[in-house]
Write a protein that binds this ligand. Structure first.
Ligand code: B16
Ligand code: MG
Length: 217
C-alpha cells in the first residue's frame, strides 16, 4: 500500500529546464563555444557542479576547481534571476491537483530534487504548503542515481521505502528510485525511461486510483 508520493521538481512539477538551458548557453557562449538543447537534455537531474564539468568537457575547455566554482556561481546568478520571476502559471498540468488529492486522502508528500534552488521555485509557484517534507541539493551529498535523496525523504516522512512512490523525469532519478527500493512512475517518453514501473507523458488527469492500478504488480 502506497503511503507517500515523492516528486522530483524539474520536469515533473515545473519545467525549469528552459531556464537552465538559457543560463548554461550564455556561459558556454562566454567561454567561446555553443551549447545545444540536446546537451541540455542530458543534464536533467544532474547536479550543478557535475553539469558544468560535462559542459567544459563538451567545449574542450579546462578550468581549475576554483575557476569552476566561479563559473557555476555565475550561471546560478542568471538562473536565479529567471526563476525569481516564476508564477503559479508555470506549474505543469496536473501536478498541483495530484498533490491536493494526496493531501485529501492522507498520502504524505515530499519533494526529492537535486536542485539547490528548490525553495525559491516552490515559493514562487505557491506549492510549498502542499509538501510535508523537502529534500533538495542543499541537504544531499550524493547525486542521483544514488538513492540518498529519496531515502532521506522516506526517513523524514517516517515511511518505509517499499511504501513510497516516486515521480521522476530523468533516467538518473529512475535508477535512484529503484536503488531505494521504491515504486517509480516515469514522466516523459516510455522508450527512454525504461526502468520505471509505468511511464506517463505528464500528470494531467492523473488520479490516485489510476496510479494504484498502474503499479499494482
Ligand atoms: P541547481 P531536479 C535538477 O533538478 C535539474 O534537472 C538539473 O538540470 C540541475 O542541474 C539540478 O537540478 C541542480 O539544480 O543548479 O538549481 O542546484 O530534476 O532534480 O528537480
Ligand atoms: Mg527532473
Amino acid at each position: 500500500m502506497i503511503q507517500a508520493y515523492i516528486f522530483d521538481l524539474d520536469g515533473v512539477i515545473v519545467d525549469t529546464a528552459v531556464y537552465h538551458y538559457r543560463a548554461w548557453k550564455r556561459l558556454a557562449n562566454e567561454l567561446g563555444f555553443d551549447f545545444t538543447e540536446a546537451q541540455n537534455e542530458a543534464l536533467k537531474g544532474i547536479s550543478r557542479a557535475r553539469s558544468l564539468q560535462l559542459i567544459l568537457e563538451w567545449g574542450g575547455v579546462q578550468r581549475t576547481p576554483a575557476e569552476q566554482k566561479e563559473l557555476a556561481g555565475r550561471k546560478n546568478e542568471w538562473y536565479v534571476e529567471m526563476i525569481s520571476r516564476m508564477t503559479p502559471d508555470e506549474i505543469l498540468p496536473g501536478a498541483k491537483e495530484l498533490l491536493a488529492q494526496a493531501k485529501d486522502v492522507g498520502i504524505r508528500t515530499a519533494l526529492g530534487s537535486a536542485s539547490k534552488n528548490a525553495g525559491i521555485i516552490l515559493e514562487r509557484t505557491g506549492l510549498l504548503p502542499l509538501f510535508d517534507v523537502i529534500v533538495d541539493g542543499n541537504t544531499v551529498s550524493a547525486s542521483k542515481p544514488d538513492p540518498e535523496v529519496f531515502l532521506q525523504c522516506a526517513a523524514k516522512l517516517g515511511i518505509a521505502p517499499a511504501h513510497c512512490m516516486i515521480f521522476e523525469d530523468a533516467i538518473a532519478g529512475i535508477a535512484a528510485a529503484r536503488a531505494a527500493g521504491m515504486k517509480v512512475i516515469g514522466i516523459g517518453d516510455a522508450a527512454v525511461l525504461t526502468g520505471a514501473d509505468a511511464v506517463l507523458p505528464g500528470l494531467q488527469d492523473m488520479t490516485i486510483a489510476k496510479l494504484q492500478t498502474l503499479t499494482a504488480n
